[in-house]
Design a binder for this molecule. Structure first.
Ligand code: C5P
Length: 227
């Protein structure tokens, strides 16, 4: 059968990865979480002190990029792929609020984007892939057969992210999460290189008040029409 490319873009914490994982499972597609790749580079930059709350040493980071290897390895128990930075599983470290506070600065660097976009295009070159991020339908796979653009109110998104972090045992407060979600959206939408934009041919989903099941069913019928 025909294996298509599904591009999912949208603001932070709009449930993109939840939908993407469900689609990958149902259609037996590969799921690529591109945000995890930007997060892994940010973790690398943080550990090597190229970036912090009040500084960014862009030149040193760019010069070190060739030492950064990012791989996904499928975890059979979890049912999804985990991220490895230079062969070390960093799935947990990349999801902290600290990394969330640095990632949009790192993701605005063109050289970082160039490297990761090339890797993403390579991973998806044979189709049968569902990829989520900010520039998938606009830059990575402008010819994707199906493009979705997810939105939700800032409060709904922050509440979702807050619960995720609390459930993991992180000590965070709601106000910081809300601020981070809005700040990332602002930086991601206003950067010069590949800003977060809805592609003209993307279908928009606002899931502020829509349950995941209803949304998933509607998206599956869109996929089925393309197969
Ligand atoms: O998807 P997630 O929220 O994990 O993404 C983290 C950050 O990575 C985003 O806020 C954005 O700055 C960056 N990103 C990006 N392009 C992508 C995916 C993520 O710039 N395709």
């Amino acid at each position: 059968t025909n294996k298509i490319t599904i591009a999912i873009d949208g603001f932070s914490s709009t449930g993109k990865s939840t939908i993407a994982k469900l689609l990958a499972k149902k259609y037996n597609y590969v799921y690529v979480d591109t945000g995890a790749m930007y997060r892994a580079v940010s973790l690398y930059a943080k550990v090597n002190k190229f970036v912090g709350n009040d500084f960014l040493n862009k030149e040193e980071l760019v010069n070190s990029l060739r030492n950064v290897s990012i791989k996904f390895k499928f975890n059979e128990v979890l049912g999804f792929a985990e991220v490895y930075l230079n062969n070390e599983n960093v799935e947990k470290e990349i999801r902290t609020l600290e990394v969330s506070q640095l990632v949009s600065k790192v993701a605005a660097i063109s050289e970082v984007r160039k490297k990761l976009v090339a890797e993403q295009q390579q991973m998806g070159k044979n189709g049968g892939v569902v990829m989520d991020g900010r520039d998938i339908g606009t830059v990575v796979f402008p010819d994707a057969e199906l493009k979705l653009f997810m939105t939700a109110s800032a409060d709904k998104r922050a509440t979702r992210r807050y619960k995720e972090l609390i459930d993991r045992g992180d000590k965070v407060n709601y106000k910081d999460i809300l601020f981070n979600v809005q700040e990332r959206d602002r930086i991601d939408s206003t950067r010069e290189d590949s800003p977060l934009l809805k592609a003209d041919d993307a279908i928009e989903f606002d899931n502020s008040d829509m349950g995941i099941n209803e949304q998933f069913e509607r998206i599956c019928s869109l996929v089925d029409k393309k197969l």
